[in-house]
Design a protein around this ligand. Structure first.
Ligand code: TEU
Ligand code: CA
Length: 540
């Protein structure tokens, strides 16, 4: 298959190690647990694993606060376990990419421990220090992004928690250290990286303008030259602050070292414009459809996109954009709508079985630093407990971090010991075992859908064309190349929609979650998903 790279054809599955599988019964997921479930992932149709951080960390931000990039957090296991995981993944013809978190370290990184002690430390300028806390910038995890440091009587910059000081990428010494770390991991045989908030490494440490910073391209290119060039690897840059046009432009230039990027604009459809995640409104799925249609337009020229509706920071897609009452059908419709567009599909652990969000009564049951800080901030702002809890139920990151639900056993088969975060009580109805045994399940539908995608190139890098773009409840589109045409139908609402699809009446039904006939009066049921195909016979 000419120039169809493995990371375009492949399907990615994100593992959040804390919550995937616990094999030594301490209530915490571990690397041996991941190894024990590789056959499950292979069987689902997973080609590439994205593993969230497992490096040494005080776990202030569940591992996105790293205190040693080249050592493994004992709670997850040992470096030998990691070598075994890499070997076992490759044995199965799969690949594994790690999480690269280099916009910041933990404040327990040796570099920072030295830097905060003494203004003359060799590591001082690995971080960003100011005598005054200016410019005034808010941390994404509430409060000021400037933290006072007693020992040197000045302030350091942290866009995330105060235990996550931002690195000063304008320091060539620091950049060299990071490239060494990247190459050490690549030489261990991993197949690439998901790059955490990677656009932020380009910020100017004086103005600290966030987003598409002045040095981003310089450093991305330097990283490419020093680490990625000549290797058969994949990278996906988390670039929340960039426009999609910019993402397409960057991913179409080999020397930027970006195979694809995560852009989040389609997920903002349940937020009041410009007010951030905690100011919620009913999701506007027609707005999401228009954003995604535009995305396909942008990537028509070149570049490559990541397709996803959730991850460890976003809440469970069926609870957020689907319907818990019609859990199975709406989960199937969301997967059909999102993962057959032009790009690489990403499935976050648990979405394949339609796991849903949680509602803990007490704020003390929540573990996420972002949620805990938000609760404090909103309380100070005078929000009522009920109002704050409602925002946490809708958008708190713990929603998608509860233990993977494997079966009906205690703690959903995730562990024999009380897990670090409570299991969703609905595990008795929503679990891998039941989903595998029930033919009409989310799991079995998704498994068939992924197989279809893998065996029909038109669904991978074929053209995209929206059908009835103005229709508000459905998202219908065509994928085609010179051999095949596909018609992808998803009803993202609980309403029945009737449309004239006579033009496609010769297409053959390949997969659907409910009966459907293509005609002048095609009845598309609530949360209907259907995939049709037409072979284009070559003129002999
Ligand atoms: O997330 C980047 C980020 O901005 C997140 O804070 C996210 O947009 C927000 O939490 C949505 O609610 C990355 C990691 O994915 C996240 O887990 C880390 O907390 C963050 O960076 C810091 O490393
Ligand atoms: Ca464990």
């Amino acid at each position: 298959e000419k120039n169809l790279t493995w990371w375009k054809k492949g399907v990615v599955y994100q593992i959040y190690p804390l919550s995937f599988k616990d094999t030594n019964n301490d209530g915490i997921g571990d690397i041996k647990g991941i190894i024990s479930e590789l056959n499950y992932l292979k069987d689902l149709g997973v080609d590439i694993i994205w593993l969230s951080p497992i490096y040494e960390s005080p776990m202030d931000d569940n591992g996105y606060d790293i205190s040693n990039y080249l050592a493994i957090n004992r709670m997850f296991g040992t470096m030998e376990d990691v070598d075994e995981l890499i070997y076992e993944v490759h044995q199965r013809g799969m690949r594994i990419i790690m999480d690269l978190v280099v916009n910041h370290t933990s404040d327990e990184y040796p570099w920072f421990i030295e830097a905060r002690k003494d203004r003359k430390s060799k590591y001082r300028n690995y971080y960003i220090w100011k005598d005054e806390p200016t410019p005034e910038i808010h941390s994404i995890f509430s409060g000021s992004a400037w933290e006072y440091n007693e020992q040197t009587n000045d302030y350091y910059f942290h866009l995330f928690s105060k235990k996550q000081p931002d690195l000063n990428w304008q320091n060539p010494e620091l950049r060299k250290e990071i490239y060494h770390i990247i190459n050490t991991w690549l030489n261990k045989g991993i197949d690439g990286f998901r790059m955490d908030v990677i656009e932020l490494i380009g910020k100017d440490i004086d103005t600290i303008r966030l987003g598409d910073g002045p040095y981003m391209e310089t450093y991305l290119n330097e990283m490419y030259e020093n680490c990625f060039k000549g290797r058969d690897i994949m990278t996906v840059g988390e670039m929340n602050g960039l426009s999609l046009e910019r993402a397409e432009e960057l991913t179409s230039r080999e020397n930027m070292g970006l195979s694809m990027t995560f852009n989040f604009s389609h997920l903002s459809v349940d937020e009041e414009k410009g007010k951030g995640k905690w100011h919620i409104k009913k999701p506007d799925m027609f707005e999401m459809k228009n954003i995604l249609i535009k995305n396909n337009e942008i990537f028509k020229k070149g570049g490559w996109n990541a397709l996803f509706l959730s991850n460890h920071d976003q809440v469970r897609q069926v609870s957020r954009f689907g319907s818990e009452k019609m859990r199975t059908k709406s989960a199937q419709a969301l997967f059909t709508m999102s993962l057959l567009q032009r790009g690489t599909p990403f499935i976050y652990q648990g979405e394949e079985i339609g796991m849903t969000g949680i509602r803990f009564i007490n704020i003390t049951d929540y573990k996420d630093i972002e949620t805990i800080n938000w609760y404090k901030e909103a309380t100070v702002q005078g929000w009522s407990h009920e109002k704050i809890m409602a925002t946490i139920y809708s958008k708190g990151r713990d929603n998608s971090r509860t233990p993977m639900q494997w079966n009906k056993e205690i703690y959903a088969g995730f562990s024999q010991y009380e897990p670090w975060l409570q299991v969703n009580p609905n595990y008795v109805e929503v679990n891998v075992l039941d989903e595998m045994n029930n033919f009409d399940s989310v799991y079995n539908y998704l498994k068939q859908m992924l197989k279809l995608r893998k065996t029909h190139r038109a669904l991978i890098d074929g053209d995209f064309e929206a059908i009835y773009p103005e229709e508000k409840d459905t998202f219908i589109y065509k994928r085609s190349n010179e051999k095949e045409n596909f018609l992808i139908i998803s009803n993202l609402s609980d309403k029945q929609v009737t449309l004239d699809l006579e033009a496609f009446s010769k297409y053959k039904l390949m997969l659907s979650n409910d009966a459907i006939e293509l005609s002048k009066q095609t009845m598309i049921k609530p949360y209907q998903a259907a995939i049709f195909m037409e072979e284009i016979w070559q003129l002999r």
